[in-house]
Design a protein around this ligand. Structure first.
Ligand code: GUN
Length: 288
């Protein structure tokens, strides 16, 4: 069997067009969704990420501001900027790009963001909302994975999903989202004794470790759906995921490629969250 690809570029294009159309409608009601992206220091990868986020906003008609600060910015200064953005009515989403320099407590900065503007979904209140099924913002990468499953009409109820990786940004929220859709969920990690025994039982596998070839063909049940969140480089320096794509695609029913799979969905869901935040702000204003 050769798996069908779940094309993250195509799905992103479709979802971003919807965001753009909804943004036109919001603007007609006098509100432009706005995202503030804050970058501290000169991390090369972060520079590329933030540029892509700002460009994606502009392409979809959202307002965006990029605030860039020197590496020596103090924690107090950054907290003051976050507070100012919390109080800025033109801003509906605040994203502080991670990693932050070592002298700044990243968790403290994230907790300073108003949960109403936490479009990254990293605030402890957002995590709590996801855990309890309350309204809140979902972290963009696992949210994008859910949209990919939805795009193929996949019904999670009664299925066994195995998530490899337990990060706060992907693995844990991913497991909660799958659980909310009534999947039976197993979370595997570096302490898991027999990973293959777990993945062989899975109808859906999400690989989110950050290491090449974590999932190979012999570990996949025929017909399983495989989502690859990894972003690694192979020996030739080419971008690759956590999954041995060439092997696994012969066993799986659906698979996401790297690049062009989950990657573009992360920024797409950031736009979706920012739009949603603006829509909530407008409806609050109308009901005030
Ligand atoms: N660094 C790498 N990915 C992300 C992300 O999704 N959000 C933030 N804030 N920082 C990141």
């Amino acid at each position: 069997m050769t798996a069908q690809l779940i094309d993250g570029n195509a799905l992103s294009k479709q979802l971003r067009a919807q965001v753009a159309a909804d943004t036109v409608k919001l603007k007609a009601q006098g509100l432009t969704p706005g995202l503030a992206v804050v970058l501290v220091g000169d991390n090369q990868a972060s520079q590329v990420y933030v540029r892509n986020k700002v460009k994606a906003c502009e392409d979809a008609g959202l307002h965006s501001v990029l605030e860039k600060y020197e590496l020596n910015m103090t924690e107090a200064e950054l907290l003051a900027r976050v507070e100012a953005l919390n109080n800025d009515d033109s801003i509906h989403g605040i994203l502080v790009q991670l990693p932050l320099p070592a002298h700044i407590d990243a968790q403290k900065v994230i907790e300073a963001i108003s949960p109403a503007k936490d479009v990254d979904g990293f605030h402890i209140a957002s995590a709590g909302a996801l855990m309890t099924g309350m309204p809140g913002f979902w972290p963009c990468t696992p949210y994008g994975c859910m949209k990919m499953l939805e795009s193929i009409g996949y019904q999670l109820k009664g299925k066994h999903a195995v998530v490899i990786g337990r990060s706060n940004i992907v693995g844990k929220p991913m497991a909660l989202m799958l659980l909310q859709q009534n999947a039976t969920v197993t979370i595997c990690h570096s302490g898991t004794k027999d990973l293959k025994a777990m993945t062989l039982q899975a109808d859906v596998i999400v690989a989110a470790v950050g290491k090449r070839n974590v999932l190979t063909a012999d570990m996949v049940k025929p017909g399983a759906v495989v989502l690859d969140v990894g972003m690694n480089r192979n020996d030739e320096g080419k971008l690759c995921g956590d999954v041995d794509f060439d092997g696994v695609k012969e066993v799986a029913s659906y698979i996401t490629p790297v690049p062009g799979g989950v990657g573009p969905m992360t920024i797409t869901m950031l736009l979706v969250n920012t739009l949603e935040s603006a829509q909530r702000a407008l409806s609050e204003k109308q009901h005030a």
